[in-house]
Design a protein. Sequence first.
Length: 453
Amino acid sequence: MRKIIEMERAEPAVSAKLPIVSSTVKRIGSGLILLLLMVVVHPPDAAAQFANGADVSWLPQMEAAGYVFKNQSGVKMNCLDILKEEGINAIRIRAWVNPKGGYCDTKYVTALAHEADSMGFDILIDFHCSDTWADPSHQYTPAAWANDSLPQLLTNLYDYVYGVMDTLKMAGVVPKWVQIGNETNNGMMWPLGMATTHMANFAQMIDTGYAAVKAIDSTTQVIVHLSNSYDDTMYRWMFDGLEKYGARWDVIGMSAYPYWANLPWQTDDSLTLVTMKDMIARYHKKVMVVEAGYAYNQPVTANHYLMDLIAKTKSVGGLGVFYWEPECYNWQGYQMGAWNPANEEPTVALDAFLGKYATAVAGPTRPEGFNLHVYPNPFNPSTTIQYDLPVRSNVSIDIYNVLGQEVKQLVSGFQNQGSHSLTWSANGLASGVYFCRMSASDFLAMRKLVLLK
């Protein structure tokens, strides 16, 4: 859907934008003139702007698949324009080294970053330092680097980060922030970068990425990102280790998902605030929530959670809050977007970025049809099964192995219209393929599940 832009170096056009300096001002002295010009070109308020952020890395894929987006008035628009209407001023984009299919590779990242930057959004680049998803359970070294020694791995990392940053700069994009690693609770690029066994190696990886970023532009802020914002003990362990081994970073990034924490949102937000305060006091670094999200079918609650999280982040001088993939609806089973699949419009969850406290959902909330989603998938050891019932139905949900044998009956009986979810734990079962079968009225669906241990 988007053309990959032609990237040519261009001389900065700052001089064309500078104000005419009168003869009176010229006599004040060159030092003061320079200061005045710096204020004009870089207003302090712009630099201090709180990031109302959104990670929209899936957006070009969704557009290529034919998805459309409407604003809250039902007008079909470019999704980024809609997000701007909702108060979003910063865009986060994940970067993979050599992904299958090209999604999230350097060309993809550059094209999306250029589009967002040209619309006035600040840019955050999220280097997963992998060919695919990186998270606390998955930190795979890029395939082309898998057999390299630590010194060669560090060289590869530097060259890759430097190359992407340089490509972005040639396209006219200087990211405001960059993450080295994604949810690196136990390091990255395993096994050499596993923090529990090789903290010194992981610290070198972070410092190498930091050096590569600063070599392109010293103003870009480097983030180290962990999940589980409620877990201050884990944050202390990680950043004590990085500090001990001399790693450099500018910002401590957090994921704050009440769902994954298995906590009420009020508790999760409060514990996140405790972690923020401790990180600021202990390491004298800024903090930022780089991932947040809530169930799409609970938009009012999502709004309240998000407003509270934003307020708490601002209260400690935090740099911003990013909602992860808010544009998602009926997409790869992801259930924590902020878009209504019934009308293709953003939900009131995003009104939190406008400072609007939601009290009710306008329009119908009844599911349009039967649906069955499972996430995450692959999983270990538990996964969420979410299903929609447009009418009261007699529901059966069962798990089967590859031999067709029933492993577990999860639901049996009548349930009311609406959206439902449950968690299935596969503790005690071997890794492999399983199937989730749902029947309700005339609806029948089967989903393949992959358990990885």
